[in-house]
Design a protein around this ligand. Structure first.
Ligand code: AMP
Ligand code: ZN
Length: 114
């Protein structure tokens, strides 16, 4: 657990979150400031700062993240209509929380990037 990491505190149960999925490697919870009708964050239990900080030994964690994203999409009713899975790394991407997280966003027609 990293000091002063809000997502590590959610993983540890020290900060409340609206959980939608948990397994041994990842947890998923509703974003506190949703950008769409469905906006869930899927994060590894392990503190990894961003996608740019992944190493070869984290490859199994990535598999769990995308399996969890599929589960979340089905459970939230957006698997058929479609959804986006996105992660921000660093300043220009607008990363605010420096604990790797994947946004699962859907429930409306999404705009393009940029
Ligand atoms: P990013 O810009 O990719 O770092 O996005 C961080 C996301 O975390 C934002 O969409 C925030 O709304 C969300 N967020 C920050 N704190 C919390 C929290 N305590 N519970 C749930 N979502 C959070
Ligand atoms: Zn963390």
């Amino acid at each position: 657990m990293a000091d002063d990491c809000i997502f590590c505190k959610i993983v540890a149960g020290e900060v409340p979150a609206a959980m939608v999925y948990e397994d041994d490697h990842v947890v998923a919870f509703h974003d506190i400031s949703p950008a769409a009708p469905v906006h869930v964050l899927v994060i590894p239990r392990k503190h990894i700062a961003s996608v740019h900080d992944l190493t070869a030994e984290d490859s199994d964690v990535l598999g769990h993240i995308f399996t969890a994203a599929q589960h979340v999409a089905r459970e939230q009713g957006i698997a058929e209509s479609g959804y986006r899975v996105v992660t921000n790394a660093g300043k220009h991407a607008g990363q605010v929380v420096h604990h790797l997280h994947f946004h699962v966003i859907g429930g409306k027609m999404l705009g393009h990037f940029g």
